[in-house]
Design a protein around this ligand. Structure first.
Ligand code: SF4
Length: 382
């Protein structure tokens, strides 16, 4: 690569070009550099080696079954207290969840993505029921559901109490295909004690993902960045994910499908409402550094409701190969001016990707290419 402005990056460029793994100190040098274009070109080189000019998107539908949660993570503007009198506290009945999934299926969605707060009284049977019924009514739609935090909660509230492995095995039996990566935040004791002291930490998050992978359930990974953590803590988080992926790849069952870096969005009704959140350059740099550090992850996603449509589009040139999807309805993070209706049509997604200079390719939950005609779809070549 020519035209490297920051000479400190030259050894890192050489390592990446020769396929060597980057160290935590390489990551720190990347974060310390202001040569954002070299970092972007390097990440783009890696994504092009893996994916050429393809950028993936998916026709999916998100469902958040409740915003009632027993926890109070400092960054969370989504949760409402149990017994809250807030007019916007809600719990969807199983019928409503199934109905929303069925609407998505009829509309051609290939995946439903289901997550919610940690509700104090919903029984484990509720979660089993929604997965089983969606599996029956929407047989071809992949069900991606429940973060590691929810799985640990189900383990605690189930009667008789179940282990993490039992919870996952039962949900898989009901029809669970895949799991999102939420709840990871930042794997660091100081950050956890300050920001989400009662939430499951690193140990339990990895225990859930290890158990899921051992059952052959692929999962995603996330990192919530841009609040009180340092660059070193972000990199420590990435190195831990990379080590876990090495183990999962070695065991040869389930793996992390995708890394989803989540840019912190300060929410009005939270303790962290006044934090500034990351800048656009920090977002681009972090997405690129995820691509460079996570050499054993196939995909890096810019989840557009959080990264914004504009930044997600630019990020395709900074190591990102996945724009995520149609989403339709998303309640967890709302940027200024956004409501719960957060929808991009497949044609809009294709246009945004083309405009950025990449080739849009629809995928299913497992990154199989999809051929589509309106709401009808099939896996390419099948
Ligand atoms: S981030 Fe999740 S666990 Fe934490 S308060 Fe919000 S809904 Fe609850």
């Amino acid at each position: 690569m020519t035209g490297i402005l920051d000479k400190q990056l030259e050894p890192i460029v050489a390592k990446v070009e020769s396929g060597q793994r980057l160290s935590l100190s390489d990551g720190l040098a990347l974060y310390a550099s202001r040569d954002i274009f070299t970092i972007g070109r390097l990440a783009d080189h890696v994504r092009r080696v893996r994916h050429g000019r393809v950028a993936w998107y998916i026709a999916n539908r998100h469902i958040n079954y409740t915003n009632v949660c027993v926890l109070r993570c400092k960054f969370c503007g989504f949760c409402r207290k149990p017994n809250s009198e807030a007019a916007d506290a809600y719990v969807l009945a199983a019928d409503q969840v199934v109905e929303q999934a069925a609407l998505g299926y009829a509309d051609g969605a290939t995946e439903v993505h289901i997550v919610g707060g940690l509700h104090p009284t919903l029984p484990f049977a509720y979660y089993r029921e929604i997965i089983s019924r969606i599996r029956t009514i929407c047989p071809r739609m992949a069900i991606k559901a429940f973060t590691a935090v929810e799985i640990v909660h189900f383990s605690r509230i189930s009667k008789p109490r179940r282990s993490i492995e039992q919870v996952l095995a039962e949900l898989k039996e009901c029809g669970l295909d895949c799991m999102p990566g939420g709840g990871a935040e930042i794997f660091d004791d100081r950050v956890q004690a300050e920001a989400f002291p009662y939430k499951v930490g690193e140990h339990d998050w990895f225990a859930v993902h290890r158990a899921a992978h051992d059952l052959g359930i692929p999962t995603n990974a996330t990192m919530l960045y841009g609040h009180i953590e340092t660059s070193a803590q972000r990199l420590g988080h990435l190195v831990k994910l990379r080590e876990h992926q090495d183990e999962s790849l070695q065991r040869g069952k389930g793996v992390f499908n995708c890394m989803v870096p989540l840019s912190f969005v300060p929410a009005d009704n939270t303790d962290w409402a006044d934090l500034p959140g990351p800048s656009g350059l920090d977002d681009l740099k972090t997405l690129a550094i995820c691509r460079l550090m996570l050499d054993n992850f196939s995909h890096i996603k810019a989840f557009w409701p959080i990264q914004t449509i504009k930044l997600a589009q630019v990020a395709l040139g900074w190591g990102v190969d996945d724009f995520d999807g149609t989403v339709v309805w998303y309640d967890i993070t709302k940027r200024e001016g956004q409501g719960t209706h957060q929808h991009l049509g497949t044609e809009q997604l294709r246009r945004l990707i083309c405009e950025a200079g990449y080739e849009p390719l629809e995928r299913d939950c497992f990154y199989n290419a999809v051929e589509r005609s309106g709401t009808q779809w099939s896996l390419a070549g099948r």
